[in-house]
Design a protein around this ligand. Structure first.
Ligand SMILES: *Cc1c(COP(=O)(O)O)cnc(C)c1O
Length: 422
């Protein structure tokens, strides 16, 4: 397997005995060597505390300022409006909980969607326990929110809306600019969870006119445990952490300088190579989608055909258990993710797949494959060949499939969706 991508690849990849094909880049990504090199000096040499007044501390402060400027530039944001956090989960919790309370005197109704990440949905559940009302907007079969449905859900006591920019499971990209405009026409604060979108979609916060935006470095080749929340000037929110005066008194705690430097470097690299990355990932995604739908019977693509993240694919295979498929693929060196809420250890189908209308049994046979920059055409072809083989082997052991083939059961409604029409 040779490295055809423009991104540097760790040397052990070429030498690996077993061929590992990492197709779970929506879960996390590899930290690029250049990112690690950027971080190292801030552990061993420039390790001062940015709050210390002597020069050694102030050098760390200068590094922070530099990182903030670089990240802000990629977003067309003011650098003062970026607040470093411990990642996407903290940013989402902060944006939801503290903003809801900051505006509670105006109303206690919040709008979000049925396909948010758990960092949002569980924050909403927490708010519900504390006296807020939550509306979860339905999505269509492709995972898109209808702006008219959003507008119709707005009430006089609605203060905040939070909509995921690009979905982590099915990759659907929402019309964020249009949704933000509707929110503002009704005086709402608009937050978007852009953890999957940043570095995969061009984001200009001024043009989109969003008030708050969450991001996390480990989804774009940066380190884990670092992210930021963009908060537009003038938006009221309470601080999530009590302590020192860091981050303009809004997020206490000594800044994670090495990780912040790594995050800035990762974003620099991803944005410098944006066009090449998008071209590569989209081309491989299309190969994967076209081959699966053409060659695996009773398969369907989940999510939108075109309004989706460049590296995201999500399929359902009827008469197959997603977990069995996943484990068999792992034995072949292919790492993917299933449509179950595996993070919680539960085998319940994902709320996202149910929200786009998949019946439980079909949602259970789902597989997410998310492409990164060091994946090759050979990797994709090998993956499709393996899926074909494993799916037919698993179906051969399924009594339901036997009955179906023998004509004893009707074809379920979605089994016809394996066309490229949508
Ligand atoms: C990964 C992810 C998060 C959580 O980010 P962490 O940095 O892992 O806490 C939140 N939202 C979305 C859409 C994600 O994909």
């Amino acid at each position: 397997m040779t490295n055809k991508s423009a991104l540097p690849v760790a040397p052990e990849k070429e030498e690996a005995m077993t061929r590992q094909i990492y197709l779970d880049n929506a879960a996390t990504t590899k930290v690029l060597p250049a990112v690690v090199y950027e971080m190292l000096p801030y552990y061993t040499e420039g390790y001062g505390n940015p709050s210390s007044l002597y020069t050694f501390g102030q050098q760390a402060r200068t590094a922070l300022t530099n990182a903030r400027e670089r990240i802000a530039r990629h977003l067309n944001a003011r650098e003062q409006d970026l607040y470093f956090t411990s990642g996407g989960t903290e940013s989402d919790n902060w944006a939801l909980k503290e903003t809801a309370f900051a505006y509670a005197d105006k109303g206690k109704h919040i709008i979000t969607s049925a396909i948010e990440h758990h960092a949002i949905t569980h924050s909403c559940e927490w708010l519900k326990k504390h006296g807020f009302e939550i509306t979860y907007l339905k999505v269509d079969e492709f995972g898109l929110i209808d702006p008219a449905v959003f507008e119709a859900a707005i009430r006089p006591d609605t203060t905040l809306a939070s909509i995921i920019f690009a979905n982590n499971e099915i990759g659907t990209i929402q019309p964020i600019k249009e949704l933000a405009a509707i929110a503002h026409a009704h005086g709402l604060v608009f937050h978007t969870d852009a953890v999957q979108a940043l570095a995969n979609v061009r984001i200009d916060v001024a043009d989109l006119d969003v008030d708050m935006l969450s991001a996390s470095a480990h989804k774009f080749h940066g380190p884990k445990g670092i992210g930021f929340l963009y908060i537009r000037k003038g938006i009221k929110t309470r601080s999530f952490m009590d302590g020192g005066a860091q981050e303009r008194k809004r997020r206490a705690g000594t800044e994670n300088v090495p990780s912040i430097m790594g995050m800035a470097k990762a974003l620099d690299i991803c944005m410098d190579l944006f066009d090449e990355r998008m071209e590569l990932e989209t081309r491989l995604r299309e190969l994967l989608i076209n081959r699966i739908l053409a060659e695996v019977p009773y398969s369907r693509l989940n999510g939108h055909r075109s309004e989706r993240l460049p590296g995201n694919t999500n399929f359902s295979f009827e008469f197959v258990e997603g977990e069995s498929l996943l484990l068999t693929l792992e034995q072949k060196g292919i790492l993917a993710s299933s449509g179950s809420a595996c993070a919680s250890g539960s085998l319940d189908p994902s709320h996202v797949l149910l929200a786009i209308g998949l019946p439980h049994e079909i949602a259970h046979g789902s597989l997410r494959l998310t492409i990164g920059e060091d994946i090759t055409t050979d990797d994709i072809n090998f993956t499709v060949d393996t899926i074909k083989e494993v799916v037919s082997r698993l179906r051969a052991m399924s009594p339901l499939y036997e009955d179906f083939i023998a004509g004893k059961k009707p074809v379920s409604a979605v089994s016809h969706a394996h066309t490229l029409e949508h």
